[in-house]
Structures are given as structure tokens and as C-alpha cells.
Design a protein around this ligand. Structure first.
Ligand code: TXA
Ligand code: MG
Length: 343
């Protein structure tokens, strides 16, 4: 089905499955989600089991109306309402103190709840039919890149869930921006398409969670439990090379040649602007710097393809583009286990 022409019969069926406590994978504008009834503790337990996810890593509850928010969030600050006006429905998750009706199984034992109102029409129609509160992590096996196509979901979870709604490739390709409203100044717990400038325009002040950029030696951990885990990691070794374009290119060419000479399978992540500068047999262009959203859109698929192709060494340019670069680099550096060469 498509966003323009949702398959209503399939959505009805999905709604019935959710209400009966089953699991349905569904597209959103960010990535595919693995949905269960967020107010049903048994459904949330099933989600953790299907993904192989640690049960202290809380789930986002997806809603399809603003009225739903007041049923699960105990305090909604003015600033959060303004942010919702600006960017909901959309790729934004907000964290509030939870109401009692939200089970601890969904929040990983926390007294707060993460809420998102997705803009995908397929997602909205499914949420409405499924009772209005759909807990959904990304629909990948724990530790794999988030799925951006239904095929990715089939690969990871095909035999573990009740239904997959195929809405084609998602629009953005990176998970939502998470903003925590349980502290005095709102805190970004995960960067995404809604970037700090866009948040500042509405909120004035906003902080970055210091745990996001802290090095492993310091004891500062990310506040979002999911941001603490090794994530998105391909089977091969990923190295990011950062610096002026010509130095980056020279370094990547040298590293790739060295590993290829050792008999390793090598891949280079580059862009439309730079692909000509590398040996063609190694390159995968993620997109164009001039249209930076395309890089976000292709990243997870490119990482999955490396596993499929048995790639042992991946060398990637850095993608510090103005709007979505922070979100892309957050995922890329995690996938690289923070292995970075600065030239
Ligand atoms: O774009 C998205 O957000 C996708 C689609 C399906 O909506 N969902 C998604 O869910 O990325 P997941 O479970 O893969 O990531 C949710 C993140 C995790 O890092 C989790 O730890 C954090 O949100 N989180 C959820 N509830 C939280 C809470 N109450 N406090 C702090 N972090 C929370
Ligand atoms: Mg995830």
C-alpha cells in the first residue's frame, strides 16, 4: 500500500491484531516500527521478546490525536505544546511524566513516557484502529540498523510477528528526534530530522544530552537507555575518516587499497559529489551533499547491504552537513564504535 492509498482492509486487520495483544510492523515517516498495544503489559513483553531487546529499554507510545496525549502524560509544559503545534504530526518524540494507565512494561520501569504522533497516514490509520496507543520500537532485531523497508523487517522479524504492513520505503530513514520535557530546560536525547535550530526556533532554550558526545572513559551516560547500547553495527569494521575533502579521499583510497591487497572485502561510503575520486568497484554513494536528506535516507540500507555482501572493512566519509548531519553522524559513529581517523 502507499501513503496516498492505504489498504483499509489490511489496516482493519492490523487494528484487530493489536487489540487482541498481537504485534504488527508498520511504516512511519522515520523508520518501520514494531507495534503492540502500549497499554497492555503482555503486548510490551512480546515486543521485547521478538526484538531480543533488554526490557529496561523503554518503548515510544505512538498516538494519532492530541487528545490521546493528555490520557498518558501527567504534565505537559507550555513549551511542549508549542513544539507539538510546530512539528506534530511528525518525526519528533517527547518525554513526559507518565500517568498510571501506562504500564511499567512499556516504559522499561521508568516513571516517564515517550510519546510520538507520526505523520504517516498508514501509521495514523493503524493506531486509530488499534486502540489509539501503539508502543513501537524500531522493527529491527536488537543491534541491527533500523528498517527502512518492509523487506528489512521480514529479514529481521518475519517469523516472529503477526503482520507486516508494507508501505514501501520510508520518507526520512532515521529515527525521530527525542526531546525530554521532564527537566527545567528541554533536553535532546537523540538527534533526528528535527534539528537543534528547528527546536530553538520554538523553544528558545534547548540542551544536548551531554551523554551523547561523552567519550567512553567519562562516566556520563546517555539519558535515553537505548542510546547506551552498541547499535546499528555492521558485521564488518567501519572506520570514519574526517577532514578536508582531498585528504579524506587520499586516506580512504590508501586504506581501501591496503585491505583489498590483504584479500579483504572492502566498501567505501561516499557521495555523488565524491564518487569519481575513488575506485568504482568499492564505492557506494549514500546520496548527495547538495541534498543532504538523501544521505540519511540511504544510510541504514547501505549498512545492511554490507552484511549481505560479507564486507569486512567499510571506510566512510564524514557527513557533517548543516541540517541533518548531526543525526547522521550520531548513527554513523555508533555504527563505527567511534572508530574515527582525523586527517
Ligand atoms: O522514529 C522513531 O522514533 C521510531 C519509529 C518506529 O517511531 N521508533 C524508535 O524506537 O526509534 P526505539 O525503541 O528504537 O527507540 C526509542 C528510544 C530508545 O533509545 C529509548 O531508550 C528511548 O527512546 N526512550 C523511550 N522512552 C524513554 C523514556 N521514558 N526516557 C528516556 N528515553 C526513552
Ligand atoms: Mg531502535
Amino acid at each position: 500500500m502507499t501513503e496516498e492509498a492505504p489498504d483499509l482492509a489490511a489496516l482493519e486487520e492490523a487494528g484487530e491484531i493489536l487489540k487482541a495483544g498481537g504485534l504488527v510492523a508498520f511504516p512511519t515517516e522515520t523508520v518501520y516500527g514494531l507495534g503492540g498495544d502500549g497499554l497492555n503489559p503482555a503486548s510490551s513483553r512480546k515486543i521485547y521478546a521478538a526484538k531480543g531487546r533488554p526490557s529496561d529499554n523503554p518503548l515510544i507510545i505512538h498516538i494519532a490525536s492530541m487528545e490521546s496525549l493528555t490520557q498518558i502524560a501527567a504534565e505537559i509544559p507550555e513549551a511542549a505544546k508549542r513544539l507539538a503545534d510546530a512539528y506534530w504530526p511528525g518525526p519528533l518524540t517527547m518525554i513526559f511524566p507518565k500517568k498510571e494507565i501506562v504500564p511499567y512494561e512499556t516504559t522499561g520501569g521508568l516513571d516517564t513516557v515517550a510519546v510520538r504522533f507520526p505523520s504517516s497516514r498508514i501509521a495514523q490509520e493503524m493506531i486509530r484502529r488499534g486502540g489509539g496507543f501503539v508502543a513501537a520500537p524500531s522493527a529491527n532485531l536488537s543491534g541491527r540498523p533500523s528498517p527502512t523497508t518492509a523487506q528489512h523487517v521480514v529479514e529481521d522479524l518475519g517469523d516472529r510477528i503477526d503482520m507486516i504492513l508494507d508501505g514501501g520505503q520510508v520518507q526520512i530513514g532515521l529515527e525521530s528526534t527525542i526531546v525530554d520535557f521532564t527537566e527545567e530546560i528541554p533536553v535532546i536525547l537523540r538527534p533526528g530530522y528535527i534539528n537543534p535550530d528547528m527546536l530553538r526556533q520554538v523553544l528558545g532554550q534547548v540542551r544536548m544530552d551531554p551523554g551523547l558526545t561523552a567519550s567512553a572513559e567519562t562516566k556520563v551516560r546517555p539519558k535515553a537507555p537505548g542510546m547506551r547500547y552498541r547499535h546499528y553495527a555492521p558485521k564488518g569494521q567501519l572506520t570514519v575518516v574526517e577532514g578536508p575533502e582531498d585528504s579524506v579521499c587520499r586516506e580512504i583510497c590508501a586504506l581501501a587499497a591496503e585491505k583489498a591487497a590483504e584479500g579483504c572485502r572492502v566498501r567505501i561510503f561516499c557521495t555523488e559529489e565524491s564518487r569519481e575520486l575513488y575506485p568504482a568497484e568499492f564505492t557506494v554513494s549514500l546520496g548527495a551533499r547538495a541534498q543532504e536528506e538523501t544521505i540519511a535516507y540511504h544510510l541504514y540500507d547501505a549498512l545492511r547491504k554490507c552484511d549481505e555482501d560479507g564486507i569486512e572493512h567499510i571506510f566512510s566519509e564524514a557527513f557533517n552537513t548543516p541540517r541533518i548531519g548531526q543525526a547522521v553522524m550520531n548513527r554513523l559513529l555508533k555504527a563505527a564504535g567511534h572508530r574515527v581517523i582525523r586527517v
